[in-house]
Design a protein around this ligand. Structure first.
Ligand code: SF4
Length: 363
């Protein structure tokens, strides 16, 4: 039996005529896990396999999405030609023909309704260079003032909150490697176990080290199951919950007053506003019991180090910017104690893919 298997695998091995290895990275989430895509050609058949590459963030791990990320590029149903709808049916046309049709339609619309009748909407998956060209295409070629991309929904709440709070938009104020050493972790609107699974080991290590994990999410998820305390906030009430946490640390005298006095502007107004709020009302609005709000605020306030992770769950709301800003304020109130904020990005933004990846993605 063993001999038969060996013969089978040797034969298979000999059938592999060429093997190409592409260094690339997963396009799906902010972890940007690095990997190698291995393309094996046997006669006319190509097969692919993916292996993780060691890197400082995911340390060579890949999740199921990354392992299969290449499939959209090599799938047999991938559209490779322009399609024009004729009598309700799509028919393939040449690129020259497609560009001619687009030019005719665009010219007609702009002649009739003006340049701003056209708008451009970009994707977060295009490269930096493509994003630049799209901007030029909108402003110079089309002459329209309307251009946007999906980052407005994805990131602008956090970006504006960071700009208003810290004076600049930066993703993180600490490193991912600090997570296991943090004594308290607040996960606000982020489902790391399913959205960024390759960094879960940092949180598991933190737990092993005795870190207290607080998850803020209306739903029960694999991430909330890992938490020591789950605040099941009502959807859209995260800004109020952050104010509740602030209220408790003001009442308990857990604010880092020295840091606030030396380094923070406008905190008196925050203090005044928070003093006008009532914890009972916040509890009613958010659906989170007072004892749980107090427990979360006091554990984070008293532990010697901590991190707050904010993500799409608290950002993609009508007052998403306020929600994130309130969590930033809560973090600042303990800033010099080693409490920091860490923003988790779930989607990929305009970025530069390595050329090797472009090569296989473009087929
Ligand atoms: S965590 Fe998964 S989806 Fe995100 S970049 Fe890594 S492999 Fe891709």
């Amino acid at each position: 039996m063993t001999e038969m298997l060996l013969r089978y695998f040797r034969k298979k091995q000999q059938q592999v005529e060429t093997e190409k290895v592409y260094d690339t990275q997963c396009p799906f989430c902010s972890m940007q896990c690095k990997m190698q895509l291995i393309e094996q050609s046997t006669v006319t058949r190509k097969t692919y396999k993916t292996v993780g590459k060691v890197n400082p963030t995911s340390e060579g791990r890949l999740c199921i999405k990354g392992l299969n990320a290449h499939q959209h590029a090599v799938h047999k149903d991938r559209i490779k030609h322009p399609l024009l709808k004729v009598d309700g049916e799509f028919v393939p046309i040449s690129w020259d023909e497609a560009i001619k049709v687009i030019r005719e339609k665009f010219t007609k619309i702009q002649r009739e309704y003006g340049n701003n009748a056209l708008s451009v909407y970009g994707s977060a998956t295009i490269t930096n260079e493509e994003a630049y060209l799209l901007g030029k295409f909108a402003r110079v070629a089309l002459g329209t003032k309307y251009i946007d991309y999906n980052g407005r929904l994805c990131m602008s709440a956090a970006a504006s909150a960071a700009a208003q709070t810290f004076g600049m938009d930066r993703g993180f104020t600490n490193t991912i490697q600090e997570i296991p050493h943090s004594r308290c972790l607040i996960l606000a609107g982020t489902n790391i176990a399913e959205c960024q699974p390759t960094i879960m080991p940092y949180f598991e290590k933190a737990k092993e080290n005795g870190s207290f994990i607080i998850a803020i999410d209306p739903r029960e998820t694999s991430t909330t199951k890992m938490a020591d305390l789950h605040l099941k906030v009502k959807p859209g009430m995260d800004a109020a919950l952050a104010n509740g946490l602030l209220k408790v640390i003001f009442d308990e005298g857990l604010v880092d007053e020295k840091f606030i006095a030396e380094r923070v502007n406008g905190f008196d107004e925050v203090r005044e506003y928070i003093a006008s709020l009532h914890l009972e009302e916040i509890s009613e609005q958010t659906g989170v019991p007072i004892e749980q709000i107090k427990k979360a605020a006091i554990v984070f306030g008293k532990e010697e180090s901590g991190m707050i992770f904010t993500a799409r769950g608290i950002e993609q709301q009508t007052d998403g910017s306020t929600s994130v800003r309130n969590f930033f304020k809560y973090s600042i109130s303990h800033w010099e104690d080693g409490k920091r904020v860490f923003r988790i990005r779930s989607g990929n933004r305009a970025r530069k893919w390595p050329r090797s990846k472009r090569a296989w993605a473009e087929g």
